[in-house]
Design a protein around this ligand. Structure first.
Ligand code: AP5
Ligand code: MG
Ligand code: ZN
Length: 215
């Protein structure tokens, strides 16, 4: 099963993808995470992407589509993919079709997480992750069970993203509205879009996604 989680910054794509990984052994393919790893490693892609990401703009289509192809090639046959933050433009949507069909795969669901823009800044500005295992948290909405200790791996180190500030978030939202939301009709025409209320609490969103996947 291959699915896309679509929604603006802070909609909960990463949060829900992590849960699908745990529940179903699927693989999360987050182009944002891949790009941040490239920045950290100082690769050519990372050097090119860093300033663009810090501004909240989109990295070029060819770079992210190449990253997705590489990740899919590294996956076990039969393992489902969760596309998190990809595709983000019409050109990326077209590339994804080609990338999937070349590998004998196809999309089962596009799940749109609907959220009020006002909530997003609060969500994003309160977000942090475990520096060791990447588990996501929030100052208010998803705190570690023991303060200062990761639930999943026990690490005491956490980090925040450099693009999680109000100015950059506004640019990221504008990019979503202008370039990403317009790809929904492509998938609507195929009858594979399900809309989930992303304003519900985290567990309720997970339950709604499970309903979609069960069909
Ligand atoms: P990316 O990393 O994809 O960031 P994004 O799309 O802006 O999305 P976020 O990761 O901010 O939000 P999310 O939906 O994952 O929310 P989360 O689950 O963390 O991209 C970053 C940058 O990389 C882009 O700006 C661009 O430059 C570049 N890039 C990446 N992909 C690209 C592509 N394909 N093409 C071009 N450029 C690309 O949730 C947020 C917080 O809210 C968390 O703290 C969470 O605990 C909390 N939360 C989640 N759900 C709920 C809920 N239901 N109720 C309350 N709190 C909640
Ligand atoms: Mg994310
Ligand atoms: Zn951890």
């Amino acid at each position: 099963m291959d699915i896309i989680l679509l929604g603006p910054p802070g909609a909960g794509k990463g949060t829900q993808a992590q849960r699908l990984v745990e529940a179903h052994g699927m693989r999360q393919l987050s182009t944002g995470d891949m790009l941040r790893a490239a920045v950290k490693a100082g690769t050519a892609v990372g050097l090119q992407a860093k300033a663009v990401m810090d501004r909240g703009e989109l990295v070029c289509d060819a770079i992210v589509s190449a990253l997705i192809g590489e990740e899919l090639d590294a996956m076990a046959a039969g393992q489902g993919a969760i596309f998190d933050g990809y595709p983000r433009t019409a050109a990326q949507a077209e590339s994804l079709d080609a990338i999937l069909s070349a590998r004998g795969r196809s999309l089962n669901h596009v799940i749109e997480l609907g959220v009020d823009e006002d909530a997003l800044v609060e969500r994003i500005c309160g977000r942090f992750t475990c520096a060791n295992c990447g588990k996501g948290y929030h100052d208010k909405f998803e705190q570690p069970k023991v303060a200062g200790t990761c639930d999943k791996c026990g690490s005491h180190e956490f980090k925040r993203r450099p693009d999680d500030n109000e100015d950059t978030v506004r640019t990221r939202m504008a990019e979503y509205r202008a370039k990403t939301a317009p790809i929904l009709p492509i998938y609507d025409a195929r009858g594979i879009v399900s809309r989930v209320d992303g304003m519900a609490d985290i567990d309720a969103v997970t339950a709604a996604i499970e309903q979609v996947i069960k069909g």
